[in-house]
Design a protein around this ligand. Structure first.
Ligand code: THU
Length: 136
């Protein structure tokens, strides 16, 4: 964990504690740091109408964009369990919108950092904003 900003872990830990996940009972917390050095975080927010569930990554990204920021430098996701709590497919695409292919995505549990991947490792051959740039 020494090379990872400890503040990111602390903020993701605070976020998982706020999780609203009465249905899955699977809390998730996410913290991200922007290129300007600001931190934003969020938790998963479930709903009795299950499909309306919002992932922790989506919550953190919503906080970032609502604050006027758009460039993710680093992300930390915390979840419980034996498996790594890597972002779901939809959240990989959400991150893709505001990150570079080499942006680090750190995964951990409440005790420690467990693994790190680049966005490109989690979402290879991805489709992003550049694909929609006009060709003149
Ligand atoms: N979840 C996240 O918050 N992020 C992910 O990338 C994986 C899944 C949440 C959604 C749901 O509330 C719970 O974990 C179980 O799927």
């Amino acid at each position: 964990m020494s090379i990872i900003d400890p503040e990111l872990f602390t903020k993701a830990l605070a976020a998982i504690e706020k999780s609203y996940s009465p249905y899955s009972k699977f809390p998730v917390g996410c913290a991200l740091k922007t290129k300007s050095g600001q931190y934003y975080s969020g938790c998963n927010i479930e709903n009795a109408s299950y499909s309306l569930t919002q992932c922790a990554e989506a919550s953190a990204i919503a906080q970032m964009v609502s604050a006027g920021e758009r460039e993710i430098a680093e992300i930390f996701v915390i979840g419980d369990g034996a498996e790594l709590c890597t972002p779901c497919g939809a959240c990989r695409q959400r991150i893709r919108e505001f990150a570079s292919l080499d942006t680090p995505i750190h995964i951990g549990n409440r005790e420690q950092h467990r693994a790190s991947f680049t966005l490109n490792e989690l979402l290879p051959h991805s489709f992003g904003p550049e694909n929609l740039e006009k060709i003149s």
